[in-house]
Design a protein around this ligand. Structure first.
Ligand code: FPP
Length: 270
């Protein structure tokens, strides 16, 4: 395993962890369930929204570090479809304003790091001004060729599957009729919101909960699951690198007895 050079911009702690990684076996796509903002705030006797505000610094650090070390795709679960119904209106409104501010303020950072922004979720159900800001940021980063940062907003994996099946049926109806409809795994993947992405190799969840919470249920079929007790507002690039170190320790089997070909490849790489 060789490190041609340390990526620019890593702090000392990040550099230390990075040097223990195999740069040839970085995950191609990392998905993160950002959780624990409320608990972070409660422990400090602050309102819940203070936790969300502090969560933005965690987003910034995680996104920059992932881009700097060359992760091709990062997907963040920012707002689930269920969040609408289960949280007070004031908190939902705050989250929407925070998102708009994040998109406006972070654009220079996204562009400096060559990051392209994408979204998954039922965008059209969001307020028009939120949609406009999202579209604006997507267009402003559309020519970037580095990491794809996908924000899951008003996202639900079951709704995504419902939308994919409807889209498959409609496409078949347009192309010669439903009797020609052939459904296989590739066809379903091509109709998911994530058609621009490979399936995640790893999913990270902060704050210790052991649930997928309706996130990328199809796409996470073979993903390594990494749960950390760290609350989201305390999460930084160094924690992401720690999760990648753990990922590299695990053996991926894809349902077989052993990933022999993969292991042989890895031995050859070392
Ligand atoms: C979960 O914490 C977090 C959220 C529902 C919102 C995520 C939002 C951010 C990290 C801030 C901004 C994000 C972007 C992309 C600008 P929780 O409130 O469920 O925490 P709890 O389980 O401790 O109550």
């Amino acid at each position: 395993m060789s490190h041609a050079k340390l990526p620019a911009g890593l702090d000392r702690k990040e550099a230390e962890i990075y040097l223990g990684l195999n740069p040839d076996r970085l995950p191609k796509h990392i998905a993160i369930i950002m959780d624990g903002n409320g608990r972070w705030a409660r422990r400090r006797h602050l309102p819940r929204i203070a936790g969300h505000r502090a969560g933005v610094a965690a987003v910034r650090s995680t996104v920059e570090t992932a881009a700097r070390i060359g992760i091709p795709a990062l997907t963040l679960y920012a707002f689930s479809e269920e969040n609408w119904k289960k949280r007070p209106r004031t908190e939902v409104n705050f989250l929407m304003r925070l998102l708009q501010r994040y998109l406006r303020q972070e654009l220079p950072t996204l562009n400096r790091n060559n990051i392209r922004l994408e979204y998954i979720g039922r965008e059209r159900e969001l307020a028009p001004e939120v949609q406009e800001r999202m579209q604006w940021a997507r267009e402003a980063t559309a020519d970037n060729t580095g990491m794809v940062l996908t924000l899951a907003l008003n996202y639900s994996a079951r709704s995504e599957l419902v939308d994919a099946f409807n889209s498959l049926v409609q496409a078949a109806a347009r192309n010669g009729g439903i009797k020609h409809l052939q459904v296989d795994e590739d066809a379903i993947s091509r109709h998911l919101y994530t058609r621009h992405l490979p399936d995640p190799d790893m999913v990270v969840r902060t704050s210790g909960e052991m649930r997928l919470s309706n996130f990328l249920l199809w796409q996470l079929a073979y993903a390594e699951i990494f749960v950390t007790e760290t609350l989201w507002p305390d999460f930084r690039g160094s924690h992401l690198l720690g999760a990648i170190a753990e990922y590299q320790k695990r053996e991926r089997r894809y349902g077989g007895l052993n990933d022999l070909a993969g292991e042989a490849g890895r031995v050859a790489e070392r």
